[in-house]
Write a protein that binds this ligand. Structure first.
Ligand SMILES: CC(C)(COP(=O)(O)OP(=O)(O)OC[C@H]1O[C@@H](n2cnc3c(N)ncnc32)[C@H](O)[C@@H]1OP(=O)(O)O)[C@@H](O)C(=O)NCCC(=O)NCCS
Ligand SMILES: CC(=O)OP(=O)(O)O
Length: 324
């Protein structure tokens, strides 16, 4: 395991942090959870039918001793959870609907976090991002002053580490959204000991093309600098101008970023999601995330293409967020 995750592991171990895993029968989740419990890194809580989870664990040969399993169907405090959910979604959900919705493992798990019965949640190995994050958007909500949550990947290859955003949530961010994503991504970068040098990406560098898409990014740079004047941030950049010093010299010689950016803000979800998967699958970067930033409590999504190692590492990150 790289230094990055060893440090996170050290940071969270022994703090009795509890993380909910709503996908209790998923093989990758069970493998990761069993390891987290065995190494006493954190306290996992699995959601689902107890017999089904135990059968699956036995089938793949993983040990679940001392791991709490909660089945929403038989949860004895369901009435309290229903009341808390109706109260949180005031006017938007009836008691009858709440009772039905809370049988969904992601809604149920998110309510455990909201009601302080767990510190964070990791899901998405078997659910789409929309189904994983919607309960968090509705229940956990964003921190005061933050309009929207966004999804970051920490991209790791040997000693290299970068932050990519937004790769998961906001389909068509406007300039204000992009500026907020940049500022939030700087905070997230520091969590991984990355001193942020932020590039706002486009298909244009410093006016080489002009269109509503490029103007959106130019305005985002202006807004981000206004929001956080202390940040090292610039754009609009094509990826090569942001990342390759010799190209930066030609395309953006006067920029504060000289081909040395380490936080990359994509102009749309299309670009961000496609971009991270190319770096992961062709560039052989490890892509851990998406880490949701800006929420009141840590809830993180997985790609359905994840493996047990990704689950383990995202759980470490979730626990570290809980300590912040
Ligand atoms: C995230 C996503 C599911 C939200 O869509 P949605 O549920 O239709 O959103 P809605 O507009 O109905 O809003 C639902 C709630 O979430 C909130 N919300 C929506 N987007 C949000 C955001 N980016 N940040 C914070 N809250 C958000 C809304 O304010 C609303 O809250 P309310 O019910 O308390 O008023 C949607 O934007 C999406 O599908 N994004 C792409 C996900 C994806 O497939 N990514 C690629 C793979 S990672
Ligand atoms: C983050 C992401 O792309 O998730 P999935 O692969 O599950 O759609």
């Amino acid at each position: 395991m790289s230094d990055l995750f060893s440090i996170l592991k050290q940071k969270v171990t022994g703090k009795n942090i509890s993380i909910v895993f709503p996908e209790g029968t998923d093989e990758r989740i069970l493998t990761a959870v069993s390891r987290l419990a065995r190494e006493q890194v954190l306290r996992p809580i699995l959601i689902g039918n107890k017999a089904a989870i135990q059968n699956q664990a036995a089938e793949i040969g993983v040990e679940l001793a001392h791991i709490e399993i909660i089945d929403p169907e038989t949860y004895e405090k369901m009435d309290e959870l229903v009341q808390a959910f109706v109260e949180r979604r005031k006017g938007k959900v009836s008691e009858e609907d709440a009772r039905r919705i809370l049988l969904d493992e992601n809604y149920f798990g998110t309510m455990l976090v909201y009601t302080n019965q767990a510190h964070g949640l990791v899901s998405g190995a078997a659910h789409s991002t929309a189904d994983t994050v919607r309960p968090a958007l509705q229940i956990i909500k964003t921190k005061p002053g933050i309009r929207k949550t966004s999804g970051v990947f920490i991209m790791v290859r040997d000693e290299e580490k970068y932050v990519f955003a937004d790769c998961a949530i906001n389909i068509a961010p406007d300039s204000q959204d992009l500026a907020e994503i940049a500022v939030e991504s700087a905070h997230t970068a520091r969590m991984f000991d990355i001193e942020p040098r932020i590039a706002m990406l486009s298909f244009s560098t410093k006016g080489s093309a002009k269109s509503p898409e490029t103007e959106k990014v130019v305005e985002a740079v202006r807004l981000a600098k206004e929001m956080a004047p202390q940040l090292t941030i610039d754009g609009e950049f094509q990826f090569d101008a942001a990342f390759v010093p010799s190209v930066a010299k030609k395309k953006a010689p006067d920029s504060v970023i000289q081909g040395d950016a380490n936080v990359f803000i994509f102009p749309s979800l299309e670009a961000g999601n496609i971009g991270y998967k190319i770096a992961q699958r062709l560039g052989h970067f490890e892509a851990v995330g998406p880490i949701l930033q800006g929420l009141n409590k840590p809830v993180n999504d997985l790609s359905r293409g994840c493996n047990a190692e990704d689950v383990y590492k995202l759980a470490l990150i979730t626990a570290a967020q809980a300590l912040q």
